[in-house]
Design a binder for this molecule. Structure first.
Ligand SMILES: [Zn+2]
Ligand SMILES: [Zn+2]
Length: 273
């Protein structure tokens, strides 16, 4: 099983970091988690075409995690020579979100259907709204979901992917909570959105300081990792993004609580299990 962080960024535009999205390759299939800014550009770098995705799994409907949902839908649709529905797992409300996205695309859809004789139907998206428990079992891959806490964003979901005796937890944006402990328990890799609490607390703008209360700090990610007994921790979606050469400070903060492997993600960062 491979984990590839396609986009390691946050809502803040960054020349080197695409928006949040992660790819898990397991059982010969591609499972995409979130679809932030630039997801298909980064996917192109690792041979992940939209039309080949086994499923898209969305943690929550914050814009940075869903900016390019429309691109995944459209590109899969126009690149597939036969009907190729996209299966998407997401929190309650994701069906409405999908209907709204398809409504936004209606002009483009009509142009393409008018132009291509062999394109007769709009893109098909199968939405499965999920909350907790096993949500998918196929090709020796099992995916579980659990509710996380990113309040006031409700609902939010973390995912756990199991294959061949290994497990990866994709936490998304959340503070420590029981659902997070559930998906992380004994995992080989735990991927967590983190903020630098020490920097954010000193930010000169209240709107930036606001991000503190609904994200895990680096220390909290280390604490969750230790509590769950994971083998490795991947710090991701960092706010503020660490300038090159300063990643060690982030590792040190997590290391105070967690003795396993610690990685600071960048785009196309890859771990093979
Ligand atoms: Zn969020
Ligand atoms: Zn986010």
């Amino acid at each position: 099983m491979d984990l590839i962080i396609l986009g390691s960024g946050s809502p803040l535009p960054d020349a080197n970091r695409a928006g949040p999205s992660s790819l898990v390759r397991a059982g010969g299939k591609d499972y995409l988690f979130d679809c932030g800014r630039g997801v298909l550009m980064r996917g192109a770098a690792v041979g992940m075409p939209a039309q080949g995705l086994a499923a898209l799994l969305v943690t929550h409907m914050h814009s940075d995690h869903t900016t390019d949902y429309n691109d995944v839908i459209t590109t899969r649709w126009i690149s597939s020579l036969q009907e190729n529905p996209l299966t998407v797992y997401g929190p309650k409300g994701f069906r409405d979100f999908t209907d709204a996205t398809l409504a936004m695309l209606k002009n483009d859809i009509s142009y393409r259907i008018a132009h291509h004789a062999d394109l007769n139907a709009p893109p098909k998206v199968i939405v499965r709204e999920v909350e907790r428990g096993v949500i998918l079992e196929a090709d020796g891959v099992r995916i579980l979901a659990a509710p996380t806490d990113h309040s006031p964003v409700h609902p939010t979901i973390g995912y756990r992917i199991e294959h061949d005796g290994k497990a990866i937890a994709i936490a998304g944006d959340t503070i420590p909570c029981p659902g997070l402990d559930e998906i992380c328990a004994g995992a080989d890799i735990y991927v967590q959105t983190v903020i630098r609490g020490d920097f954010i607390a000193r930010a000169p703008i209240q709107r930036l300081r606001d991000v503190h209360d609904y994200h895990s700090t680096v220390e909290q990610a280390g604490q969750t990792a230790a509590k769950a007994g994971v083998k490795g921790l991947v710090l991701n979606h960092m706010v503020p993004a660490p300038p090159p050469g300063t990643e060690g400070q982030w590792i040190e903060q997590a290391r105070a609580h967690f003795k396993g492997e610690i990685h600071v993600a960048q785009d196309l960062f890859k771990l093979s299990l």
